[in-house]
Design a protein around this ligand. Structure first.
Ligand code: LLP
Length: 416
C-alpha cells in the first residue's frame, strides 16, 4: 500500500488531505497512517505465522500512546529501555508479560518496577547489572527472567552512531565472556536464565549481518546446552532498515524465511524488537515554508519545523525525502530546507529541487521513526502536534505543547 499519495494534486494520508490536517491542527505536525502501521505489523508477523514467536515493538522509535495501543491490540509485545517506557506501555494497554527490557543502565528502581509488572525478560547488558538484578529480585522475593545481550561482533554496515554489535561499543557483553557470565547467572538464587539476546544496529539494509549474528548466537546456545543451560527463547533484536531514498532493505518475508531456516527445528521461541521497520514509513512531518531567502550561493527555504522536531538530518546527516503537499506547476529551484533554530546544523534537507512559495506546506517523509521520539524543546520551541489518520478520519493523538508548559516546572532563586 502506498499510504501518502497525491490525489487531485494534494498529498493525502489515506483519504485525508494533508492541507486539511494543518488547517485543523496547525504546523509543524506529525501525521501517521493507522493502516500503514497496522499493515507493517501484520506483514512482519505474517512471516512467523505458525512459529513460536513474539514481536516486541521498540518503543523508543515512536512511543506515542496511540501507536502503542494500536500495536498492543494487534498482539504486539514491547521492547523498552526505561521505567518511563514501561509506564507508557502499561498506560497504552500493553501487556507487561510481553515486555523485554533492554538498555545498559537500568537503575534498581527501574528493575523493581519491571519485576513488579512481571515482564517477559530482562536483556542484561553486563555482569554488574546481573548482580544488581539478582539483589533487587531477592529483596522483592521474585525471580528475574533473564537473557544476556551478547555482542556478536558483526559489522551491521550502517552508520557508526547506530551500529551496536561491534566489539568497541558500550552495548551487551563480549561474545567471548558470555558463557562465563551465563555460568555465574546459573548460580544466582533469584535469576532464571530464559534466553539469549542480541541487537546489532539499526537501519540495516542487508540480510547477511543478521544471519552472521544469528550463527554466533546459535553457537552460544549450543555451548550453553553443553553446560546444562537450556534456553527458551532467542531475541534477535531489531534493526531492519527502511527505504528513505533508494535503499533496498530486506523484505519482511525474506527476513523471516532466512531466520526460520537458520533456526531449523530447534524448540525455542523467536523474539524480535523491530522499531523503524514498523513505523518509519507510516509517518510524515508537515511543515510550512515561512520564508524564501535567496543568497549569493544558496537559496534557503526557511520552514517552521527544525532540528528540535526532527533531529536525524542534523545528527546523522540522514536523508529524508521532502515533498510539496500541493506541488506547483512552476520551475523548480534548488533549495536548502532549513529550520529557524540558531545552529548551522539545523537543516532538514540539502539540495532539494522544489517549486515553492512562502506559505506552502512540505511533507518530510519517512518521519515515523525516531522523529517525535528524539524531539526536544531547544530554543524554547513547543513540540509539534501528532495526528493519526484512519481512512477519512483524523484524530489528534498529541496536542501541540503550550509555551507556558515549557517552563511550568521551573522556578527562580529568591534574593539572599
Ligand atoms: N532493540 C534495541 C536494543 C535497540 O537498541 C534498538 C534501537 C531497537 C531494538 C530498534 O531498532 P530498529 O528496529 O528501530 O532499527 N536514533 C537512530 C536509531 C537508534 C536506534 C537505537 N536502538 C536513528 O534515528 O536512526
Amino acid at each position: 500500500m502506498n499510504t501518502f499519495t497525491l490525489k487531485n494534486n494534494v498529498l493525502h494520508a489515506e483519504n485525508v488531505a494533508l492541507t486539511q490536517i494543518t488547517e485543523n491542527f496547525g504546523s509543524p505536525c506529525y501525521v501517521y497512517s493507522k493502516a500503514a502501521l497496522s499493515q507493517a505489523f501484520e506483514r512482519f508477523s505474517a512471516g512467523f505465522k505458525d512459529a513460536n514467536h513474539l514481536v516486541c515493538f521498540a518503543v523508543k522509535s515512536n512511543p506515542s500512546l496511540a501507536i502503542l495501543n494500536l500495536f498492543a491490540k494487534l498482539g504486539a509485545g514491547f521492547d523498552i529501555v526505561s521505567g518511563g517506557e514501561l509506564a507508557r506501555v502499561i498506560a497504552a494497554g500493553g501487556d507487561p508479560k510481553k515486555v523485554v527490557f533492554s538498555g545498559v543502565g537500568k537503575t534498581a528502581e527501574e528493575m523493581r518496577a519491571a519485576l513488579e509488572a512481571g515482564i517477559f525478560c530482562f536483556n542484561v547488558e553486563s555482569a554488574s547489572e546481573l548482580i544488581r538484578l539478582n539483589d533487587v529480585a531477592a529483596y522483592m522475593g521474585k525471580i528475574a527472567p533473564v537473557s544476556l545481550r551478547v555482542n556478536p561482533n558483526v559489522d551491521a554496515k550502517t552508520h557508526p552512531y547506530i551500529s551496536t554489535g561491534l566489539k568497541n561499543n558500550k552495548f551487551g557483553v563480549a561474545y567471548e565472556d558470555a558463557l562465563d557470565i551465563y555460568l555465574q547467572a546459573a548460580e544466582m538464587s533469584n535469576i532464571a536464565i530464559h534466553g539469549v539476546d542480541c541487537h546489532i544496529g539499526s537501519q540495516i539494509t542487508e540480510l547477511s549481518p543478521f544471519l552472521d549474528a544469528f550463527d554466533r548466537v546459535l553457537a552460544l546456545v549450543d555451548a550453553l546446552a553443553e553446560n546444562n543451560i537450556q534456553i527458551q527463547h532467542i531475541d534477535l533484536g531489531g534493526g531492519i532498515g527502511i527505504c528513505y531514498s533508494d535503499e533496498t532493505p530486506p523484505e519482511f518475508t525474506a527476513y523471516a524465511k532466512a531466520m526460520r531456516e537458520k533456526l531449523g527445528n530447534r524448540d525455542v521461541k523467536l523474539v524480535f524488537e523491530p522499531g523503524r521497520a514498523l513505523v518509519g514509513n507510516a509517518g510524515v512531518l508537515l511543515t510550512k515554508v515561512e520564508y524564501l531567502k535567496p543568497t549569493e550561493s544558496k537559496n534557503f527555504a526557511i520552514v517552521d519545523a527544525a532540528m528540535n522536531d526532527l533531529m536525524r538530518p542534523a545528527l546523522y546527516d540522514a536523508y529524508h525525502d521532502i515533498q510539496a503537499v500541493a506541488p506547483r506547476n512552476e520551475a523548480a529551484v534548488n533549495y536548502e530546507i532549513v529550520g529557524p533554530v540558531c545552529e548551522s546544523g539545523d537543516f532538514l534537507g540539502h539540495d532539494r529541487n522544489l517549486a515553492l512559495q512562502e506559505g506552502d506546506l512540505l511533507a518530510i517523509m519517512s518521519a515515523g521513526a525516531y522523529g517525535m521520539s528524539m524531539s526536544s524543546n531547544y530554543n524554547t520551541r513547543p513540540r509539534a502536534a501528532e495526528v493519526m489518520v484512519d481512512g477519512d478520519q483524523c484524530h489528534l493523538i498529541k496536542k501541540r505543547e503550550l509555551i507556558a508548559d515549557l517552563f511550568a516546572n521551573e522556578s527562580t532563586v529568591p534574593n539572599s
